[in-house]
Design a protein around this ligand. Structure first.
Ligand SMILES: *[C@@H]1O[C@H](CO)[C@@H](O)[C@H](O)[C@H]1NC(C)=O
Ligand SMILES: *[C@@H]1O[C@H](CO)[C@@H](O)[C@H](O)[C@H]1NC(C)=O
Length: 368
């Protein structure tokens, strides 16, 4: 062998050695599969439940969904998939999409067993929030899960259903609407709660919801924190002194997200300690979305984004839901945008959020 051949040989060996462990970890991840994936929350994880209820908070019309291969709007508040769709196919439970529970086409028990989303756009932890938008409360989402358990029990029996729930992963994503649609927008809560008091009030509701899930048999529960709220194009438009020319993130609002996220992590830690002390094997995981979204905005070039302070739909400053519709202008290339409408990330941004959460997802799969 000449020197260059030897080099080539060594390089190939190195590649082989480097990739072999990845391959083996992958196989292991597949062996320890989750049984099902159940999701609760707001528009960030609603694949179209609001299509089936009476609310103005919908997105089952163009240009929503325009980057699906058939361009069919599904009720997802983005141009394509949500992070939860990527997760469901990554863990091998779904081929493409995590369906909405209220879809009447879900008659097949396999679909329920592998996972559904109960989330409803416009919902929140504060019971007042979903009444503003007339959407499905978090409590009602849990009731739907109980109904889902009954349907599974009828199909596979009580014991198998209970094991199934034990081996499933539960994911909750909500909280932004409690601030954006409720606390900042309406006087009701601001009259009775200071900002820190309101944050505690929300965390109390999060805690109760997690306790309810544990009581239903859930053993792997993940919950995301808040995004940088001051970077949402809608918030910039409403709160910037000159919202046409000055479109920087408004730290006053993002700092509220950071405080909330810290409180939430502290609460989850306490809950985990109490679970450990009671010899429960339940695990609660925090998923950071603040960091990944702030990174996309502050290091846009690294991710290939051009626009980070306005959405792709319409002017990008204010439109969302029914204001982003078939007569709206749409940008040429949504993959250059972090935001699809004035509130919600593009499919590309959701994919990046999914990639950033992969280490936690792998940990959940393997940490039995
Ligand atoms: C539901 O099923 C019917 C009949 O099979 C089909 O025409 C319709 O497009 C389906 N709807 C959805 C939302 O998949
Ligand atoms: C709970 O127990 C697990 C081991 O089962 C441990 O890894 C974790 O650090 C504990 N967490 C807390 C908050 O005590």
């Amino acid at each position: 062998m000449g020197t260059s051949d030897t080099h080539l040989f060594h390089s190939l060996m190195l590649i082989f050695i480097l990739f072999l462990p990845c391959f083996m970890v992958k196989v292991e991840a597949l062996n320890k599969r989750l049984s099902g994936f159940y999701v609760f929350g707001d528009s960030t994880v609603d694949p179209g439940n609001n299509n089936y209820i009476k609310t103005a908070f919908k997105s089952n019309f163009p240009p929503y969904g325009r980057d699906f291969s058939n361009q069919v709007p599904t009720g997802r508040f983005t141009n394509g998939k949500l992070a939860t769709d990527y997760i469901a196919s990554y863990v091998g439970l779904k081929k493409e999409l995590l369906p909405p529970y209220l879809d009447p086409n879900i008659s097949n028990i396999e679909e329920l067993m592998t996972g559904v989303s109960f989330a409803s756009a416009g919902s929140g932890f504060d019971p007042l929030t979903p009444t503003i938008t007339n959407v499905i409360t978090i409590e009602k989402q849990l009731e739907y899960f109980r109904e889902c358990k009954k349907r599974m029990e009828e199909a596979v029996g009580k014991e198998r259903m209970e094991n199934h729930v034990k081996e499933g992963a539960f994911f909750i994503s909500a909280g932004t609407n409690d601030f954006v649609l409720n606390y900042f927008a309406l006087p009701v809560r601001r009259k009775t709660y200071s900002l820190p008091a309101y944050q505690h009030y929300l965390i109390q509701h999060v805690k109760e919801f997690i306790q309810d899930l544990l009581a239903e048999g859930a053993r792997k529960i993940a919950i995301s924190g808040l995004p940088p709220m001051g970077c949402l194009p809608f918030m910039i438009t409403l709160n910037s002194p000159n919202s046409f020319f000055q479109r920087d993130c408004i730290d006053k609002y993002s700092s509220i997200s950071r405080d909330y996220n810290l409180l939430l992590q502290r609460e989850l830690h306490t809950m985990q300690m109490q679970l450990n002390m009671s010899s429960s094997d339940a695990k609660i995981y925090y998923i950071d979305i603040y960091g990944p979204i702030a990174d996309m905005i502050h290091a846009r070039k690294r991710f290939g984004f051009d626009e980070v302070d306005s959405g792709c739909c319409g002017s990008g400053y204010i439109e969302a839901s029914i204001l982003c519709n078939k007569i709206s202008n749409v940008c040429c290339d949504p993959s250059k945008y972090v935001f699809w409408d004035s509130i919600h990330p593009t499919e590309k941004a959701y994919h990046n959020i999914f990639l950033a959460s992969l280490p936690t997802i792998d940990f959940i799969i393997n940490n039995n």
